[in-house]
Structures are given as structure tokens and as C-alpha cells.
Design a protein around this ligand. Structure first.
Ligand code: PLP
Length: 475
């Protein structure tokens, strides 16, 4: 008997499957803890964005600039490249990853606050767009483009003012989105941005091709998106005025921040109301943009619009597997069962004591067993590591495979080496095929950056790296 749970997950005869792979068998074959991603789920999510926005934006072009930070991995990026997606990057590392992932520089943008001269020079060299975050970056663009004999293609990252919107942020429920989008550091302060426009149009080696904003996942409500896009068009209008009245953007980016459909997000405090469909986002964003631009006398024909989904694209494509190793049972003074697993809060981007489960979870090899018992699910490090407190479970035994769902975005990139733990690897599933796309870290790699100064050499233990040689001595 098969029960379908999502685009990639199903329960077949009591066992959890991702695409055509038995999840507990993956845990045995690749070891745990482990991240697993579904290729076909990712591709179908991307199609949703492309189809919805292309349908609602017939007068121009549309491009998904997938936010690479959500799952920064070469193979994942190559899938998105093969499927025609553009790429949003932050800083030098993500830019290089995108290039390794085969992204055509024309479909690539470099975002990021405090961009160094180096990253701007590299962006100009490869020919991708640069999203400016401060006035100094305009100078870098002009100087570096002049040096290379090129023209820098730039978008301004604006901070739309949501004057009328009193809505609370889902990230910080006691603050308004209006405040949060202004007080956050990123984006160019409006009072600094406007003078940049008149300067930019005088410069010889830069081309101001568009306007970018990214507010983030502050709210799923469509009224928020309507207010945001309206405020962005206000900015576009002010930029036109500063530019002398004739300027219009060729590219307009609305950033990321669309909720994942299941929207079980560890980084968002409020998720307990329904997520719009991607088609709803596409309709509201494009209708608002068209209406507001037209009412200000802009011609939108041929304009390229972009979104930069991270969590909306990736969240549900990934699961995280851990094995139960030890069951502890206290019967004196209190009655408590702990299922100790080989994963950790430091691999899951959570912390402390989680009274409500941070993710939906299942036991892969007992996927339809009755949740007849209660246990604490505990993690590996010396931290408190209560991954879930007093939560329903089937009868648990060592070897059972705990599976956290919806861990495809912003989880793996935050893993760290606390307690000198090597970080988990990642496996890609496509149909019945499963392959490494990031191998697990080795213990040697955990030590690889340690350097022992000469006066501490010989104190015991194997030699470790030297400042000159990195890890070669240790190897
Ligand atoms: C510039 C930019 N674009 C897109 C994203 C992706 O946002 P989300 O994952 O909420 O879609 C981010 C996230 O930080 C971002 O900084």
C-alpha cells in the first residue's frame, strides 16, 4: 500500500521512500547522520515558479534567480543550471560556486553587503550583474570596469518604505515589517541611494540596468507583497526622477522570501497560517507591478522580472536522517525515555530545548507504526540537545532511522564542528539512483586548519600543519 506525502516522499508498506529509494536503506548504505535531497522534487518546484510567473507576465521575460545560499552545492546548482535557472549569489564564495555549477554569467548576479573591490572585479571579469549595496561599490564598479575596459552591469538594492503597512513580522512578531525592512543593514539607505543615481548616469563604465529588493520571509500574506511591490515602484519612480526623467529599469528583481508550501521553518517564528500557492505570489506581484508602473507612465513591455527563491524552492526537497543508538529509561523519581541519536542540533540549525518539534519527523523503518509511546529525542553533543521533548513515537529501538522532513534549505550550510564532530554528507536521489553530492567530512579535515607554532612542536601527539604548508605535515 502506498501513501503519497509530498512530491518526493511516500510510505510504501510501512516504510518511508524518497522517490524510489527506501530511506532506511539509504541510512544503512551511506551512514548517518545524512542529508538527502530529491532531484525531481527540486526540478518540479522550479517549474512551478517558471510556469506561474511566465503565465502572469506575458509582456516580458521572467527569470528565477535561485538563491544559492539555501543549499550551496555544486551538483544541486548543476541541476538548476541544466533546468535553465539563473542564480543569486552573496559574495565571492557563492559566486565561485555558481561558476563551478555552470551558471551562464548572464544569468548570474552578485549580491552582498560589504562587497570587496576583489569581488566586484571578479564579477566584472566574468560579466555578471552586480547588485549594489552601498555608494562605495559604485566607485569600485567604475574603477574596476575602467581598468578592465568593460562596462559594469548594475542594479541598485533599494529599501522600499512600507509607510502604510502596520503588519507584524513573522520572524519577530513584536516588530513591524516596516521597521524590520528599514533597520536591517542590507540594501542602500534611500538617502544615500538617490545621489548615487545622478552620479551613476554620468559615469562611463557603469550601466544602471535595474532595481533589486529583498525583504525576506516576513509574511506570507499577499497584502504584504502588494505593499512591497508598490513601494518598490515608488523607488523606481524616484530613481527615474534622479536620472533626469527618461530612465527605466530593464531588470526588476523582487528578491526571495516566498514561503515554502509546507512552511515548517526553524527560522520563522510564525508559520501557523496557510501558505499561498506560487501562482498566488506570481499573480499578486505581477498585477501590482504592472498596475503601479503603468499608472506612473512606465512601459513594462519587454521588462525582465526576477525572483530569488531560497526556502520556497528547496525546503521540502530535503530530509535529514539519523539513527537511534541508545534508549535510556529513568524510572526512579521521574519516568522518562530518551532516544539518543547520532545527529545534533549543530547539524540542524536548532538549539536548546524544543518543546514543539522543529521539523516534522518520522521513523523511516516504522513509517506507519502507531505513535504509542512518548520519548525525548536527543542529539549527540554535550549541549542540552533536546531535539524534541516528550514527543509521540512508535516503540523505538537502536537502529531505527529518525527522519526530519523539510530540511532542504538553510540547514546543511549552517552545520558546524562543535565537539570536533565531522559534518554530515549529502546524497542526491533521482528515481532509484542515490549518489553522494557532498561526502561526509573526515576527522582529519576537522583538524586540518590547526597550526602549531614552532615553540609548541614536540609536546606530544602527531605533528600538525604549519602556517606555510596547511595540512601537508599532518597528512
Ligand atoms: C538577496 C537575497 N535574495 C534571496 C534570498 C532568499 O530568500 P528566501 O530563502 O527567503 O527565499 C536571500 C536570503 O537571505 C537574500 O539575501
Amino acid at each position: 500500500m502506498t501513501e503519497t506525502l509530498s512530491r518526493s516522499l511516500s510510505i510504501r508498506d510501512g516504510r518511508l521512500f524518497i522517490e524510489e529509494c527506501d530511506v532506511a536503506e539509504l541510512a544503512d548504505r551511506f551512514g548517518t547522520p545524512l542529508f538527502v535531497v530529491s532531484e525531481n522534487h527540486l526540478v518540479e518546484n522550479l517549474r512551478d515558479y517558471e510556469e506561474a510567473f511566465s503565465k502572469h507576465w506575458p509582456e516580458g521575460e521572467f527569470r528565477v534567480m535561485a538563491a544559492i545560499k539555501a543549499n550551496p552545492n555544486t551538483a544541486i546548482r548543476r541541476i538548476l543550471t541544466r533546468e535553465g535557472a539563473g542564480c543569486d549569489t552573496f559574495g565571492r564564495g557563492e559566486l565561485e560556486l555558481a561558476l563551478r555549477g555552470g551558471v551562464d554569467p548572464h544569468d548570474l548576479a552578485v549580491n552582498g553587503s560589504i562587497k570587496s573591490r576583489d569581488v566586484i572585479a571578479r564579477a566584472i571579469e566574468v560579466g555578471c550583474h552586480i547588485i549594489l549595496d552601498s555608494p562605495i561599490e559604485l566607485d569600485y564598479c567604475e574603477e574596476e570596469a575602467a581598468r578592465q575596459g568593460k562596462t559594469a552591469q548594475m542594479l541598485l538594492r533599494v529599501k522600499p518604505w512600507l509607510g502604510e503597512l502596520d503588519m507584524a513580522s513573522d520572524f519577530f512578531p513584536d516588530r513591524t515589517i516596516r521597521d524590520m525592512t528599514q533597520t536591517v543593514k542590507y540594501g542602500i539607505p534611500t538617502s544615500e541611494m538617490l545621489p548615487m543615481v545622478s552620479k551613476a548616469i554620468q559615469l562611463e563604465h557603469v550601466d544602471l540596468v535595474g532595481v533589486h529588493m529583498h525583504a525576506g520571509r516576513h509574511s506570507k500574506r499577499l497584502e504584504f507583497w502588494e505593499a512591497l511591490v508598490t513601494a518598490q515602484v515608488d523607488m523606481i519612480d524616484r530613481i527615474r526622477t534622479e536620472a533626469g526623467g527618461n530612465w527605466a529599469p530593464k531588470i526588476v528583481s523582487f528578491g526571495g522570501g516566498m514561503a515554502a508550501i509546507q512552511d515548517r521553518e526553524t527560522r520563522v517564528a510564525v508559520t501557523d497560517y496557510e501558505s499561498p500557492q506560487i501562482e498566488d505570489y506570481a499573480r499578486v506581484i505581477t498585477e501590482t507591478f504592472r498596475r503601479e508602473m503603468t499608472s506612473r507612465g512606465f512601459d513594462t513591455a519587454g521588462m525582465l522580472i526576477e525572483v530569488e527563491p531560497g526556502r520556497g524552492l528547496h525546503n521540502e526537497t530535503g530530509i535529514h536522517l539519523a539513527k537511534v543508538h541508545v534508549i535510556k529509561h529513568e524510572t526512579e523519581n521521574i519516568d522518562r525515555v530518551w532516544a539518543e541519536t547520532d545527529t545534533s542540533e549543530v547539524f540542524l540549525s536548532i538549539g536548546g530545548l524544543n518543546v514543539t518539534p522543529p521539523f516534522d519527523y518520522m521513523i523511516a523503518n516504522k513509517a506507519d507504526a502507531e505513535m504509542s509511546e512518548v520519548a525525548d529525542i536527543a542529539g549527540l553533543t554535550c549541549n542540552y540537545e533536546c531535539l524534541i521533548e516528550q514527543t509521540p513515537v512508535p516503540h523505538l529501538e537502536p537502529g531505527d532511522v529518525l527522519t526530519f522532513l523539510n530540511t532542504g534549505s538553510y540547514i546543511e550550510p549552517y552545520t558546524c564542528n562543535f565537539n570536533m564532530l565531522p559534518r554530515p554528507g549529502m546524497v542526491l536521489v533521482s528515481g532509484d539512483r542515490a549518489e553522494w553530492i557532498k561526502r561526509p567530512e573526515t576527522l582529519d579535515e576537522v583538524f586540518a586548519r590547526d597550526v602549531v607554532p614552532q615553540h609548541l612542536e614536540g609536546i606530544g601527539g602527531p605533528p600538525v600543519g604549519s602556517p606555510r604548508s596547511g595540512k601537508e605535515k599532518y597528512d
